[in-house]
Design a protein around this ligand. Structure first.
Ligand SMILES: *Cc1c(COP(=O)(O)O)cnc(C)c1O
Length: 344
C-alpha cells in the first residue's frame, strides 16, 4: 500500500529536513524577557511584512484571535461582527465570550465574506439601548470553511470604511493570509492596511510545527503581552519554534502557488465526477470544498483507499493541499474519489 494521501488539513505537515536543521541551529534566549534573538527577528519580520509597528509571537492562531479580541472588546455587552462561518465563532471553544465577554454577531454573505451593506445594516443606530454595542469587525483572509476564498481588496476597503464610520476597530484573521498574497499578487501589508490588528499562522500552509504572530501598533502589542502572560502564552527558549517559522517565511511562501495549482487540479478532477457538486473556478487557493450525498460515508470509503479529507457539513467535504501532497497524491485522490462514487 502506498503512503496515505493526507488532504485532511494543511495543519498536518511535518517539518522538512531543512526546517529541522534550522530549528536545531536556532539561537535562543528567554523569550518572555524579550531576550530570544530568533523570536525577536521573527516578530520584526512579520511586523514589517504586515506593515505594523510591532508584533508578538504566540503559540497558536487561536491565541492571536483571542488576545486581539480581548484588546478591542471591553467585557460585557460589546459586539464583534464576523462571518457566520468564522473561526472564533465555531472553533475557539467559546473563547470570545469566555475570555472577553464578547457578543458574537454572525453576518451572512457569499464565500465566507460579507459586504459593506450587510455590515452597515447590522450595526445599531446611535442611541440604540437594546442592541449590544458595536465594537469590532473581523475579516478572515482567506476564508477557511468557505473554501479558501479571497476577499477582494475593494470589498475589504468598503467594509473597513463602514467600520471606521461607526468608530469600530478592525481585526484581520490572516491564518492563511499568505495564500491570498501569493494567489493575488497583492502584498501582505496592503491586505492588512486599515486593520488595527492582523496575524499570520505558521502551522497552516507554511508548514512550521508551532506558532503564529500577531501584529499591531506598539501600544496594542504591549497590551497584548499582558494577555499573553495571563493565558500562559509567554515562553522561554522559544527560538526553537520561532526558527521553524522564520525558515517557513524564507522557503515556504512562494511555493504556496504549487498548492494552489494542485488544489485546482484536484477540483477539476472531482468536478468531472457524477455525485460531486463543485465549481472548480471557485478554487482560488489551497482549499477545495464540495458537496456529496453523504460526507461521512464518502470520507470513510475514501479512507479505505488511503485518502484523507475532512467533513465540514453533513454533505460538505473539504480537501486541503499543502507541502506534503504532490501531484501524484492528487492524482491518487482523484482516482480514489472516482472509485468510491462508482461503487456507491
Ligand atoms: C486555523 C485557523 C485559526 C486558528 O489557528 P491555530 O493555529 O490552529 O490555533 C484561526 N482562524 C482561521 C481562519 C484558521 O484557519
Amino acid at each position: 500500500m502506498p503512503p496515505p494521501v493526507n488532504l485532511f488539513s494543511d495543519t498536518q505537515t511535518t517539518p522538512t529536513p531543512g526546517m529541522r536543521a534550522a530549528i536545531a541551529a536556532a539561537e535562543v534566549g528567554d523569550e518572555q524577557r524579550g531576550a530570544d534573538p530568533t523570536v525577536n527577528a521573527l516578530c520584526e519580520r512579520v511586523a514589517a511584512l504586515l506593515g505594523f509597528e510591532a508584533a508578538v509571537f504566540l503559540p497558536s492562531g487561536t491565541m492571536c484571535n483571542e488576545i486581539a479580541i480581548r484588546l478591542h472588546i471591553r467585557p460585557g455587552g460589546e459586539a464583534i461582527y464576523l462571518h457566520r462561518t468564522a473561526h472564533p465563532l465555531h472553533f475557539e471553544a467559546g473563547g470570545p465570550a469566555a475570555l472577553s465577554g464578547a457578543v458574537l454577531m454572525a453576518l451572512d454573505g457569499p464565500r465566507g465574506t460579507f459586504d459593506a451593506a450587510t455590515l452597515e445594516a447590522a450595526i445599531p443606530a446611535p442611541g440604540n439601548r437594546y442592541a449590544p454595542r458595536a465594537r469590532l469587525i473581523s475579516v478572515e483572509q482567506t476564508t477557511n470553511v468557505a473554501g479558501g476564498r479571497i476577499w477582494s481588496l475593494e470589498s475589504v476597503r468598503q467594509v473597513l470604511e463602514v467600520a471606521r464610520a461607526h468608530g469600530l476597530r478592525a481585526h484581520l484573521d490572516g491564518a492563511r493570509l499568505l495564500n491570498a498574497v501569493v494567489a493575488s499578487g497583492v502584498p501582505a501589508h496592503q491586505w492588512a492596511a486599515g486593520f488595527d490588528t492582523a496575524w499570520i499562522d505558521f502551522t497552516k500552509g507554511l508548514g512550521a510545527p508551532v506558532g503564529a504572530v500577531l501584529a499591531g501598533s506598539r501600544e496594542l502589542i504591549d497590551e497584548a503581552w499582558r494577555y499573553k502572560q495571563m493565558l500562559g502564552g509567554a515562553m522561554r527558549q522559544a527560538g526553537i519554534i520561532a526558527a521553524g517559522a522564520l525558515y517557513a517565511l524564507e522557503h515556504h511562501v512562494d511555493r504556496l502557488a504549487e498548492d494552489h495549482a494542485l488544489a485546482r487540479e484536484l477540483a477539476e478532477g472531482l468536478a468531472a465526477l457524477e455525485g460531486i457538486a463543485l465549481d472548480p473556478s471557485s478554487v482560488e487557493t489551497n482549499i477545495v470544498v464540495f458537496e456529496v450525498f453523504d460526507s461521512a460515508a464518502f470520507l470513510e470509503a475514501l479512507s479505505e483507499r488511503g485518502v484523507a479529507m475532512s467533513s465540514v457539513g453533513p454533505r460538505t467535504v473539504r480537501a486541503v493541499t499543502h507541502l506534503d501532497v504532490d501531484a501524484e497524491g492528487v492524482a491518487r485522490a482523484r482516482e480514489a474519489a472516482r472509485d468510491v462514487l462508482a461503487a456507491s
